[in-house]
Ligand binder design. Sequence first.
Ligand code: SF4
Ligand code: SF4
Length: 65
Amino acid sequence: MRFRHEITIDAARCIGCGRCIGDCPASNLAVEGKKVAPLTQACIMCAHCVAVCPTSAVSISGFDE
Ligand code: SF4
Ligand code: SF4
C-alpha cells in the first residue's frame, strides 16, 4: 500500500533532541541509535514533527507548496 505523504528524517541533520517525539500526537517517532525514525508512514500527517525540529531534519513529501 502506498501513502500519498512520506515522512523523511535526514539523519545527517538530526541531533537526537527528541522534540519531535514529544510533540507527536500519534507516537509515531522513535529513537534508533541516536537518530529519530518514523515507525510507520500511516500517521495522521499533522506535520508537528516538521514544525518543532530545530535543524529542519524532518520533511513530509506530497503537500502542495
Ligand atoms: S506528522 Fe504528526 S503524527 Fe506524523 S510523525 Fe509527524 S508529528 Fe507524528
Ligand atoms: S526534532 Fe529534529 S533534531 Fe530533534 S530528534 Fe527530531 S528529527 Fe532529530
